[in-house]
Write a protein that binds this ligand. Structure first.
Ligand SMILES: NC(=O)c1ccc[n+]([C@@H]2O[C@H](COP(=O)([O-])OP(=O)(O)OC[C@H]3O[C@@H](n4cnc5c(N)ncnc54)[C@H](OP(=O)(O)O)[C@@H]3O)[C@@H](O)[C@H]2O)c1
Length: 263
């Protein structure tokens, strides 16, 4: 059964590892946007770069006779997820989205929830702060013009950001999770951070900063996830594999084949 995995996340990496095991009965391709400079690649076929919108993705699915799509992109990658819903509807290809649970505030957390990056920038306020900004590279523009307000910025991302998008005087660190609480606490203390600005990515790999902020009583501005069009949602890689196996059983039934084994 031909499967397309839309990737760029830990879940996609783990799913590919499961799908590339020999004898699974799945022939999978991983698709990456091509935005990360040194992506971790699986052994399976990988294609890199945009499809060209809904039209291009629908064409690619038909041309490659894809029977199931797993959208394992990041919760903030809203465009490709919407495109996947539309292209799969158009071509009749089955789609499931791997959606890790969002983080939620607990006792001791000092979170301000905001709807988007512009609201996060407004929520920082006029008083000078020492800010850890961990929102990735592509949304930095919303914060750039606050650089002159006396804030001290530490911008953390996997790849180095475009300097033209940085607030004036911002310092940058490049690091890829997983991060641990002790390391995050040390960073927050050492830098004298009094505000963390982040987005609600969810997942364990980057949650330690929130625990560290709680322990140190540091405020957090949390950007909520974009709303995505409805789709079949699975919470993790195990459930994605179970969903694929159930599709493959239907598929084997309809083609008279039965090559599936537990993976
Ligand atoms: N946004 C984040 O915070 C974030 C964080 C970590 C990882 N990522 C990963 O980085 C990638 C890009 O994220 P984004 O927020 O820029 O996406 P996006 O805004 O939803 O997508 C922008 C365009 O990039 C192309 N694209 C995105 N993901 C793709 C994929 N897996 N394979 C092929 N084309 C893809 C599509 O181009 P066409 O319309 O031409 O097909 C899409 O329209 C995704 O794979 C995502 O999982 C994103």
């Amino acid at each position: 059964m031909r499967v397309l995995v839309l990737g760029g996340t830990t879940e996609a990496r783990l799913l590919c590892r499961r799908l590339e095991a020999p004898g699974t009965g799945f022939v999978a391709t991983l698709s990456l946007a091509g935005v990360t400079r040194a992506p971790v690649l699986p052994r399976m076929e990988v294609r890199i770069g945009g499809f060209g919108g809904v039209e291009g993705l629908a064409r690619w699915l038909s041309h490659n006779q894809v029977e199931a799509v797993i959208d394992a992109t990041h919760p903030f990658a809203a465009r490709i997820s919407a495109n996947a819903v539309a292209a799969c509807a158009r071509t009749g290809v089955a789609l499931a989205r791997v959606q890790r649970p969002a983080w939620s505030a607990g006792p001791g957390d000092r979170w301000t929830m905001v709807a988007d990056m512009a609201a996060a920038a407004r929520a920082i306020g006029p008083a000078p702060r020492r800010i850890l900004l961990t929102i990735g590279r592509k949304d930095l523009l919303a914060f750039r013009d606050l650089g002159t307000c006396g804030h001290a910025w530490l911008v953390r991302s996997v790849d180095a950001p475009d300097p033209a998008l940085l607030p004036a005087g911002a310092r940058t660190i490049q690091a890829r999770g997983p991060f641990d609480v002790a390391g995050e606490e040390a960073l927050l203390r050492h830098e004298g951070i009094d505000l963390v600005v982040t987005k609600n990515s969810g997942g364990a790999a980057t949650a330690a900063k929130l625990e560290a902020a709680r322990a140190l009583g540091i405020a957090v501005i949390m950007v909520e996830r974009p709303v995505l069009p409805p789709a079949t949602v699975v919470g993790d890689v195990d459930h994605a594999m179970a969903w694929l196996r159930s599709r493959a059983v239907d598929h084997a039934g309809s083609t008279g084949r039965s090559t599936l084994r537990d993976v």
